[in-house]
Design a protein around this ligand. Structure first.
Ligand code: HPA
Length: 268
């Protein structure tokens, strides 16, 4: 697998004239508009990239954008691979391995999620302070010892320094932030009401179907991570989840997220 990662990274380097991103950004459901903020130099559709699976879900454009944001070199993934689409965990996390090979030193992740904390409202932005993994672990299998240890530590999984910086920026910009624990399940079903209660009981604040695999793989390689969830529905209310609504709420709250990510990247 390491060979495949290196080959894909080498192919990308060739296509992008050796562009070396400093930061990687993964844009979740409804949050792909962020890519428009980037002064794009190169754009590669996932389907062009050797070794990459193809994204199948609506609202995910499926491309990697290389360019400048606030003078920093970034690579943004517009759309990600989900376990529920049928990809293996190795496929889901392959792009993170490739971004590390390309040189990223920090990873920004975003997603749409269902609020479990009853003080959260639709459209809130939650800074992820920790996660609970209810999916298969992406590191199961032979360890890629060149990239990280067999038993990676998961303390400070979401970088405390970056969280503190986000707090300071949010105060300056007048952005309201929530903080909490992201519970990653496989999906594709939204949770039953009892499952939302269960997630709350075990310490969760928001439920989603992504992010955790990519974060685990980034931490395996010691890459600092900053993550935010856009709260698109409230799990413990009586409303039902709806993919269109998730995308719409994502777009609205995405504006706040864009400002936050932009400023954080500027201050890297
Ligand atoms: N549960 C899981 N994933 C989600 C949700 C949810 O309620 N909302 C958006 N993504």
């Amino acid at each position: 697998m390491f060979e495949e990662i290196k080959q894909t990274a080498a192919w990308i380097r060739e296509q992008t004239s050796g562009f070396q991103p400093e930061a990687g950004i993964i844009l979740g459901t409804g949050l792909g508009d962020f890519a428009e903020q980037i002064d794009a130099r190169f754009s590669l559709d996932y389907k062009q990239i050797p070794g990459f699976p193809v994204s199948t879900v609506e609202g995910h454009k499926g491309r990697m954008i290389f360019g400048l944001l606030e003078g920093r070199r970034v690579v943004a993934m517009q759309g990600r691979f989900h376990f529920y689409e049928g990809y293996s965990m190795q496929q889901v996390t392959f792009p993170v391995r490739v971004m590390q090979q390309l040189g990223i030193r920090v990873l920004f992740v975003s997603n749409a999620s269902g609020g479990i904390n009853t003080s959260f409202r639709v459209g809130d932005l939650m800074v992820i302070t920790d996660h609970i993994n209810l999916m298969p672990n992406p590191l199961i299998g032979p360890n890629l010892a060149e990239l990280g240890p067999r038993f990676p530590d998961m303390h400070n999984c979401y970088d405390k320094g970056l969280i503190a910086r986000a707090t300071a920026i949010a105060e300056q910009e007048g952005i309201k932030l929530q903080y909490g624990v992201y519970v990653g399940g496989t999906g594709p079903t939204f949770e039953t009401q009892v499952e939302y209660r269960y997630f709350k009981a075990i310490g969760g604040d928001a439920a989603g179907m992504s992010t955790v695999p990519e974060v685990i793989v980034a931490r395996h390689m010691s890459i600092p991570v900053f993550g935010v969830s856009v709260i698109t529905n409230c799990g413990l209310s009586d409303e039902i989840g709806d993919h269109e609504d998730v995308q719409l709420q994502g777009k609205k709250a995405g504006v706040k997220m864009q400002l936050l990510f932009r400023r954080m990247i500027k201050e890297l």
